[in-house]
Design a binder for this molecule. Sequence first.
Ligand code: PMP
Length: 429
Amino acid sequence: MTALTDTATPTDSALAEVYHSVESEVRSYCRSWPTTMAVAQGSWLTDTDGRRYLDFFAGAGALNYGHNNPALKQPLLDYLAADHIVHSLDMATTAKTEFLETFERVILRPRALDYKVQFPGPTGANAVEAALKLARKVTGRESIINFTNAFHGMTLGALSVTGNSMKRAGAGIPLVHSTPMPYDNYFGGATEDFHWFERVLDDSGGGLNHPAAVIVETVQGEGGLNVARAEWLRALADLCHRRDILLIVDDVQMGCGRTGRFFSFEEAGIVPDIVTLSKSISGYGLPMALTLFRRDLDVWTPGEHNGTFRGHNPAFVTATKALEIYWQDQSFSEQTTAKGAHVRARLDEIASAHDGVGARGRGMAQGLKFADAARAAEVCRTAFDHGLLMETSGPSDEVVKLLPPLTTSETDLDSGLDLLAAAVAATSS
Ligand code: PMP
């Protein structure tokens, strides 16, 4: 296997003592990648020992345009140098005006999406909480339908619609007012789509309270790269429409171009009532989130859902620039689709060369599922030893997930895929 770097692989003991003595046991990524990162550019990070790492994780999807993208960094530096507003609650600022105008012009209007924009706080979970709360307020109903293996965040509302039992157990109180339904292909095609959901909705003995909303990911990133078919999403949107249930698409991880188009639901031709965005919306890894909803759903009263960090203006500056650079025409989206197809072809090759390995994903969210779940972690460890950052996902961490920055060059994509192929080969028994 070709190592990208030739210095010794760091181990957990290489982390500064302060991580062990001061930081909580809850820390996680520094356990998978036990080294201290110093600088980053594009798809590459360098640690304090000068080892270089090719980043196939992109801040869990928060760095779709790469680390420290120079075209976004310069406007940010200029903004800071001129003493423009950094923190603003939700006061009006020049940076916010420009963001809202650009988002409407570049994203909403060309897609005929008549959404209002809410700044719910800077994380994906914040965007989800606002979406759930709004859906309940609009409909006057409590219950939300979520899907098996869904992931929507760690706050109590978001956790209540999340599948993972380990994460749910952390809540410490009952997680209520949500009902899980089978995601697309949950029964391996054996059961008709929506058979269960539609049946209990219709059955006065079904025991299901009429839901306020359905929350769905078009591709379940944390849940193991489960891809909902476009026809399944259309049928879901149609069912919601017919039964007066709001449809929330959580595009926190798959939005901002990860699957090709700006919104991951565009390909299915559906128009959700509410959409959540975060991760790559700032374009620069700066915290920022949006909850978008149909204009007529805007029933909030002023200040009813507020918070301190809803106006992080540096994030608005880089977000605006990213929209201007990457989203004024189709070319970035087409490049992503082409890169995604290439990655998938290489993953199919790797999978066909090994038993118990299958490729899965959509666009530039691709991965390998291992029949032996422990092997997925071993592949990631081996890849890390050779300078490639990847993470596992899925209920048993059985999927190696690839989320490279969308700006990764074809050469770098191939180097990373070579390392992945070698890591899979090295772990075969
Ligand atoms: N929704 C989805 C689909 C996500 O993937 C995530 C994060 N992985 C979240 C919500 C929560 O985002 P955050 O971690 O920023 O709260």
